[in-house]
Design a protein around this ligand. Structure first.
Ligand code: SAM
Length: 248
């Protein structure tokens, strides 16, 4: 039985699975992390190319079936990928996954805390569009700003919902996520930057002046007070956060 709460939409179009793996350009030197191997469609393809695959699956019934059905170079871990300490895993070089939609945001930020060269990920299409959105677009969000601080994102292709079973309500996209060696712009205090970004996007249509005033009082010396956060680039939001961090 398929468990809705685990975002179980299994890939049934093998050509999509093959392309997903091809995009990652895996060699025998790579150790690949996969979140949610499901029935192992992508896992088996990864195992043919990689030195080792580390697959984390939350559903114990699937783990029990996979245990005896995967090649030797797959290390299967039973558990919630959000709780597994990635530091305890062998040092993976790439990530390839058809992600459970429910954990898209936290798992993406968790990936960006670790070190790897590239990730090829299937997300819901609307989530993927938020990852790559430009300022001024309705998809431009706190997610866009947070991820683009640490990585480049590119949509490689859209995938029809009919390629999955059971079919989800929306289409998906394959996304390439490439972490930058150092953050894309200077941020003096990351926690403050993320919190400020959240507060500003909670009032995305308000002039920044009014949100800041409600939170910190009158601070006329700040930049961008007469703009809305949805118009600012991630770097400008970083700049605002740095000035505010020193003033408050
Ligand atoms: N990789 C398979 C495929 O492409 O057919 C399955 C993909 S399905 C979209 C997501 C998989 O992630 C399911 O097997 C589900 O049980 C698993 N999953 C859901 N939440 C998880 C979590 N927090 N940690 C690890 N696996 C999870």
């Amino acid at each position: 039985m398929v468990k809705q709460r685990f975002g179980q939409h299994f890939l049934i179009d093998l050509s999509v699975a093959r392309r997903e793996v091809e995009y990652a350009k895996i060699t025998k030197d790579d150790i690949v992390l996969e979140i949610g191997p499901g029935k192992g469609v992508i896992t088996r393809l990864l195992a043919q190319k990689a030195k080792q695959v580390i697959a984390i699956e939350i559903d114990q019934r699937l783990v029990d079936k996979l245990k005896t059905a995967l090649p030797e170079n797959v290390t299967l871990i039973s558990g919630d990928a959000l709780s597994v300490d990635f530091q305890t895993l062998p040092r993976f070089t790439k990530i390839v996954s058809n992600l459970p939609f429910e954990i898209s945001s936290p798992i993406t930020f968790k990936f960006l805390e670790s070190s790897f060269s590239t990730a090829i990920l299937i997300y819901q299409k609307d989530f993927a569009e938020r990852l790559v959105a430009l300022p001024g677009k309705k998809e431009y969000s706190r997610l866009t700003v947070g991820v683009s601080y640490k990585a480049h994102c590119r949509i490689l292709e859209d995938v029809s919902r009919s390629c999955f079973s059971p079919a989800p309500k929306v289409d998906s996209s394959i996304v390439e996520l490439t972490p930058c060696e150092k953050p894309m712009f200077n941020v003096e205090n990351e926690r403050f930057f993320f919190e400020l970004t959240k507060q500003l996007f909670n009032h995305r249509r308000k002039k920044i002046r009014y949100t800041i005033k409600a939170l910190y009082g009158d601070l006329e010396q700040l930049p961008y007070l007469d703009q809305r956060v949805e118009e600012l680039t991630p770097a400008q939001i970083g700049e605002l956060s740095n000035v505010l961090w020193h003033l408050k």
